[in-house]
Design a protein around this ligand. Structure first.
Ligand SMILES: Nc1ncnc2c1ncn2[C@@H]1O[C@H](COP(=O)(O)OP(=O)(O)OP(=O)(O)O)[C@@H](O)[C@H]1O
Ligand SMILES: [Mg+2]
Length: 231
């Protein structure tokens, strides 16, 4: 397997059982993300974007097919090995920040590094560095409730980057933000992508966001069976 492929989705189908009904969401879907690539996933509501991100991050299993991150298939790993592989290689950012309410910005960002067995000093240094990078050096001790929406999302991005993952999976990261905040988040992603060579897979409904990626992949309820479709 080629080592510059950070993410491979090969012949993946996903169905959900809903009572007696089987809902086929993805059908023989293929996708490859190379090191340092930025890819947008677009498609109508219900077309399977979140489902795809969950499969990519090993948070859900495909009905058939293989999903690999950095050459290792999620299905080859037991749950504890999956958790450490995920911690090492994958960052997540959601539409709503999912920060821990009781913890400061600094603690929220440092946590994945601590889980990844960084020392307290190292985790704190890395978290402070990233908070500085996202322009929040004066907000490190704020809890999420005392940050603005855009600031919370920047903390969530810093948290996703603190382990220096191979790929960051983002589900509508700017869906909740105004134009100015969206622009500043996109500038940050571009900068981090160049400096840290981290790949990004960004689900978005916003064409302005999608057009800043290297590729746009369109999921359509009618043609997801065709696999990767580049527009
Ligand atoms: N746990 C589940 N059980 C049954 N059906 C599900 C489940 N999760 C998702 N679905 C169905 O799978 C389809 C795809 O859902 P998904 O959340 O991936 O869509 P999406 O493209 O992210 O949509 P949106 O843009 O609204 O977030 C939807 O029709 C949804 O109802
Ligand atoms: Mg979704």
């Amino acid at each position: 397997m080629n080592s510059n492929k950070v993410l491979q989705v090969i012949g993946v189908s996903k169905s959900y059982s809903q009572g007696l009904e089987e809902i086929a969401v993805l059908k023989e879907f293929n996708l490859e993300i190379l090191e340092g690539e930025k890819v947008a996933i677009m498609g109508a509501s219900g077309s399977g974007k979140t489902t795809l991100l969950n499969l990519c991050g090993g948070l859900d299993q495909p009905t058939c097919g293989v999903v690999s991150v950095c050459g290792v298939a999620w299905s080859e790993l037991d749950p504890s090995a999956q958790a450490s592989w995920r911690n090492k290689h994958v960052g997540f950012v959601y539409q709503f920040h999912h920060l821990l309410a009781e913890f400061s910005a600094l603690e929220n960002v440092a946590l994945p590094a601590l889980i990844g067995k960084a020392t307290r000093v190292d985790a704190k240094t890395r978290a402070l560095d990233l908070l500085h990078r996202v322009g929040l050096e004066n907000r490190v001790n704020h809890i999420p409730a005392s940050l603005s929406g855009g600031e919370r999302q920047r903390v969530a991005i810093a948290r996703a980057l603190v382990t220096h993952p191979s790929v960051v999976l983002m589900d509508e990261p700017t869906g909740n933000l105004d134009i100015a905040n969206t622009e500043s988040i996109m500038a940050l992603l571009t900068e981090v992508n160049v400096d840290m060579k981290i790949s990004f897979v960004v689900v978005t409904h916003d064409p302005t966001v999608a057009n800043q990626m290297d590729r746009i992949i369109q999921l359509d309820c009618s043609d997801i069976g065709d696999g990767e479709k580049i527009v």
